[in-house]
Design a protein around this ligand. Structure first.
Ligand code: GDP
Ligand code: GDP
Length: 438
């Protein structure tokens, strides 16, 4: 499970600057999509091979009793509770303020691992920029410059080490016993817990608890037609004995975590409601994560045909960026449409785990080129030579050649479509990366 890092500190210390540096978009695909709203306070980052989630908590005024400051403090508190490690940022140019002390007290009570970080330290000596902050009693501060990037990679490395140290690692056996890992996500009331109960009511549940899972996470292995699956840490539901019920509060962090833990995400929508901004948000998270995706349009029972047409139009209009995924119209309560839904989960997983050999990919690349060449940029003509597979779940196609940085996004999308069709990659995002030799 990806570790969660929360950025906390009073306004203007540089939290968003650090956030942006940590989450700098890796994926042009998402940035290009029209009308895709993204929650700027949650992001994914990566240092080397190590992925993590980061939360920017906005300004923190722990004393406020109401209004926007109070709301922000509430959100900060939730973020702190959900984080593995809190990065507490102070401003090295302003020095210590009373406000920093209030935040320190709050963090101490929260009982989380906290790293004290002095920002804006570029061009300053360690001893002089940190001197003020020993008073907070949080040990040796880390120093960074979020704006220039100094010390940021080391800081995150250390934060991830600390997060890892708090978690029990998973063994290979545990990994294989889990089969396809499925996360069911969706806003409150779309029918997630109903679907889980239906699924498990139909299926043989092997065991409820897996060893080594973190606090309040639920892992539900089940078998269907001889195949193994695990519902992983499905956000927004909890167990009550043998049945599952909805949690009232929606947690973005839990949703992001379950998405990043899964092989396949099952996004549930409510056919009896309009597609909301929150649906689009969650869908955006899934897309950005690169996980395979199947969409269940739930509560299909009891709808008139004009209502059905209406929701289909609404989906096409608002979630058109999910066209790579299969949509299923189901009823969790009446248990209709479940079999085909699971079949799509299987095939989305298979597509996500495809093995695409270099000869096959290169042949597909040449075909694409024969059909349409990338545009010349000034006197530069990008030259693509061959392609190899750089990863699975999502499949990554790495294209080698010269001057590839001048290739336009529209051409990249054309290539993506071509590879997707050639290899029948339904249900999984596909990433294209260019690697130019000098
Ligand atoms: P936030 O309110 O905590 O999210 O702070 P911001 O990220 O918006 O930064 C507040 C101000 O500090 C902005 O003007 C930034 O450009 C500036 N800032 C952020 N990081 C650094 C840094 O490392 N060095 C310097 N000199 N300024 C910085
Ligand atoms: P969750 O918050 O996403 O876990 O949603 P729940 O599973 O708690 O369901 C919310 C409400 O929708 C409950 O009243 C369910 O009975 C109802 N519901 C769930 N699935 C269906 C369905 O397939 N059809 C209809 N008509 N109602 C459903």
């Amino acid at each position: 499970m990806k570790p969660v890092i929360a950025l906390v500190g009073r306004p203007n210390v540089g939290k968003s600057t650090l956030f942006n540096r940590l989450t700098r978009s890796r994926d042009a695909l998402v940035a290009d999509l029209p009308g895709l709203t993204r929650d700027r306070h949650y992001g994914e980052g990566r240092v080397g091979e190590r992925p993590f989630l980061v939360i920017d908590t906005g300004g923190f005024e722990p004393v406020a009793k109401e209004g926007i400051m109070y709301e922000m403090a509430k959100q900060t508190k939730q973020a702190v509770v959900e984080a593995d490690v809190v990065i507490f940022i102070v401003d090295g140019r302003q020095g210590l303020t009373p406000h920093d002390k209030t935040i320190t007290d709050f963090l101490r009570k929260a009982g989380r691992t906290v790293m004290l970080v002095v920002n804006k330290s570029e061009g300053m000596k360690y001893t002089s920029v940190t001197a003020d902050f020993y008073e907070l009693g949080m040990g040796d501060p880390y120093v960074i410059s979020a704006a220039h990037g100094d010390g940021v990679a080391d800081l995150v490395d250390e934060a991830l080490n600390q997060a890892e140290a708090q978690r029990a690692p998973e063994s290979e056996e545990e990994k294989t016993a889990r089969g396809i890992k499925i996360a069911i996500v969706g806003r409150p009331n779309v029918g997630k817990s109903t679907l889980v109960n239906t699924l498990l009511g139909e299926e043989r549940v092997i065991a409820f608890d897996m060893p080594g899972t973190t606090r309040d996470s639920i892992e539900i292995p089940f078998e269907r037609d001889g195949k193994h699956y695990t519902l992983i840490d499905t956000a927004g539901i909890r167990r009550r004995g043998k049945v599952f019920e909805a949690i009232e509060k929606f947690s973005v962090v839990k949703t992001l975590q379950s998405i990043s833990e899964a092989n396949v995400v099952l996004l549930l929508l409510d056919a009896q409601q309009d597609i909301s901004e929150q649906d689009a948000h969650i869908a955006g998270f899934v897309l950005e994560s690169g996980r395979a995706l199947v969409v269940g349009v739930n509560k299909w029972d009891g709808l008139q045909s004009d209502q059905r047409d209406q929701i289909k139009t609404d989906i096409e209009r608002k979630l058109n960026f999910l066209s790579f995924a299969k949509f299923h119209f189901i009823s969790a309560i009446k248990a209709t449409g479940i079999g085909p839904l699971i079949k799509s989960i299987d095939s989305a997983y298979a597509a996500a785990m495809s093995n695409l050999t270099t000869p096959k990919l290169t042949r597909a690349l040449i075909e694409a080129l024969e059909h349409q060449q990338p545009r010349r940029k000034g006197s530069i003509r990008p030259k693509m030579r061959y392609a190899h597979q750089g990863g699975q779940n999502p499949p990554v196609v790495v294209i080698h050649g010269n001057a590839l940085e001048s290739i336009e996004d529209s051409y990249k999308r054309y290539l993506e479509k071509h590879f997707r069709e050639t290899f029948s990659l339904v249900g999984t995002p596909l990433r294209i990366e260019f690697r130019s030799s000098k």
